[in-house]
Design a protein around this ligand. Structure first.
Ligand SMILES: Cc1cc2nc3c(=O)[nH]c(=O)nc-3n(C[C@H](O)[C@H](O)[C@H](O)COP(=O)(O)OP(=O)(O)OC[C@H]3O[C@@H](n4cnc5c(N)ncnc54)[C@H](O)[C@@H]3O)c2cc1C
Length: 437
């Protein structure tokens, strides 16, 4: 049997890879965590809210120990239409019982990798993986370091959306434009007290706002505002197809890049009060997978398993993003598969077993249940006609000028007749919405 350097090599020290390394190290496995950046979190981007139950199962003390930003107690979906905005807000102090936090990856990932190292994982920074090969009884991770080949029983590819492990091994092809979204995001310093005032929050309470409807009718472009401790994170996410659509269909004469849309968004009258007075701390852009359950790529081959974004495990639910916890869960499942293979002395089953467990996990069950959602979110009426109907109806309800204009349902009906949506559209979209959400 070939001597190996490590039982398992994990490629990529995002949360997916670090969770795998942590779990394996805690079980006394020899595990290397290889990361191209100098420090964890330097090359990663998120919005974002961590739905932290999975992490709490792994590291119960994380809410006290980890550098978290705010404990999320409010979610808000905002439909924009012209100068108007219709919000569906949900604030609940019982959410303080849930381990859901906003976080900044730079700080959080450093903490998480330190914890994995404390458990015994070997962290290998500033090392880029170029290729992964498999021999009869082992796998080899080829890095850009001199003599930097690492032989191991199994490889966990946690190297994000542009996965080298996935492509070098032929498990995945490069993702197509319809399967990808672009995100630009900026982090601005407004100070703790100002955040609490603007968002009506107390101490370390946090809020997450999601916006759609700008520019009117442009499908799949959404925006977010998340509160950090002292900063606000504001960003835009748009499907790559849609960005092309903007050019082809002439939304803007020259086609508007996403970063320009973000600049226009933060200047909207309804948005500016939250983000004004900015002092820019960070500006980031990144691709993210936007796949439906059916279009998810393959995730394994013999001794190799892809986890997190590398496996396309991100879901835009329309009202929230999920990816951080999906990554952690998939990393843990890959680690558990390695533990089971070691016990049985059969590493050849590593990838297949991981994939089966992932298929039965809440991650893929969730993506399966929401499999119609990505298509549903491409519907232009969600971003134009329906926000328009909602604002016109509410304007009627709250404007004295429209007194004696009929019962509310009649005003809603009129708003509907004035919109581009037809009855059949409404029926179809209602059905699709129920099927997707
Ligand atoms: C704007 C935005 C908002 C989001 N909001 C949310 C949210 O609110 N909630 C949520 O749950 N999810 C959210 N997501 C999704 C979530 O951020 C991702 O799903 C998650 O960060 C993926 O983690 P990961 O560990 O799989 O990959 P990554 O965090 O991308 O980590 C991959 C790591 O691999 C390293 N790497 C890459 N290639 C190599 C190589 N060849 N060799 C060595 N190292 C390599 C990288 O440097 C990186 O450290 C959001 C995403 C974006 C972009």
């Amino acid at each position: 049997m070939t001597a190996v350097d490590f039982d398992v090599v994990v490629v990529g020290a995002g949360r997916a890879g670090t969770a795998a390394a942590y779990k394996l190290a805690a079980e006394d496995f020899d595990v290397a965590l290889v990361e191209r950046a100098k420090q964890p979190g330097m090359k990663n981007v998120t919005g974002g809210v961590l739905y932290g139950q999975i992490l709490a199962d792994l590291v119960p003390e994380f809410p006290e120990e980890a550098p978290l930003e705010r404990h999320v107690v409010e979610h808000n979906i905002k439909l924009l239409h012209g100068d108007a905005e219709v919000s569906i807000g949900y604030r609940d102090m019982d959410l303080l019982e849930e381990p859901n936090y906003t976080l900044m990856l730079g700080k959080f990932d450093r903490w998480f990798v330190d914890r994995a190292v404390d458990e015994g994982a070997v962290f290998v920074p500033e090392t880029t993986v170029r290729d992964v090969t498999q021999a009869r009884d082992h796998a080899v991770v080829h890095t850009d370091r001199e003599n930097g080949d690492l032989a191991c029983h199994a490889v966990i590819g946690a190297d994000g959306v542009n996965t080298t492990v996935g492509r070098a091994t032929g498990i995945q092809r490069t993702m197509r434009n319809p399967d990808m979204a672009l995100s630009v995001k900026k982090v601005i310093d407004v100070g703790r007290d100002t955040i609490n005032e603007r968002f009506n929050l107390d101490s370390d309470e946090g809020a997450a706002y999601i916006y759609t409807g700008f520019p009117e009718g442009a499908p799949t472009i959404g925006y977010f505002i998340y509160t950090y401790d002292e900063y606000i994170s504001v960003g835009a996410v748009g499907g790559l197809e849609v960005l092309r659509w903007l050019g082809d269909e002439g939304y803007a004469e020259s086609g508007t890049p996403l970063y320009s849309l973000l600049e226009e968004f933060v200047e909207l009258d309804t948005v500016r009060p939250y983000v004004q007075g900015e002092s820019l701390q960070e500006y980031q852009g990144i691709l993210l997978p936007e796949l439906s359950y059916e279009s998810l790529p393959d995730r394994y081959d013999r001794r190799i398993a892809l986890v997190g974004d590398a496996a396309g495990l991100v879901l835009n639910k329309g009202y929230t993003f999920r990816g951080l916890d999906y990554g952690i869960k998939s990393g843990l499942l890959a680690a558990e598969s390695a533990i089971a293979c070691d016990r049985e002395g059969n590493w050849e089953a590593f990838g297949r077993r991981y994939d089966q467990w992932l298929e039965n996990s809440y991650v893929l069950q969730d993506m399966k249940q929401h499999r119609h959602l990505p298509e549903f979110l491409k519907n232009e009426r969600m971003y134009g006609a329906y926000p328009g109907i909602a604002t016109e109806t509410l304007r009627g309800m709250y404007s004295a000028g429209s007194d004696a204009q009929g019962l509310t349902w009649k005003q809603a009906y009129r708003a509907f007749r004035n919109s581009d949506a037809g009855f059949l559209d409404l029926l179809k979209d209602g059905y699709r919405g129920l099927r997707s959400l």
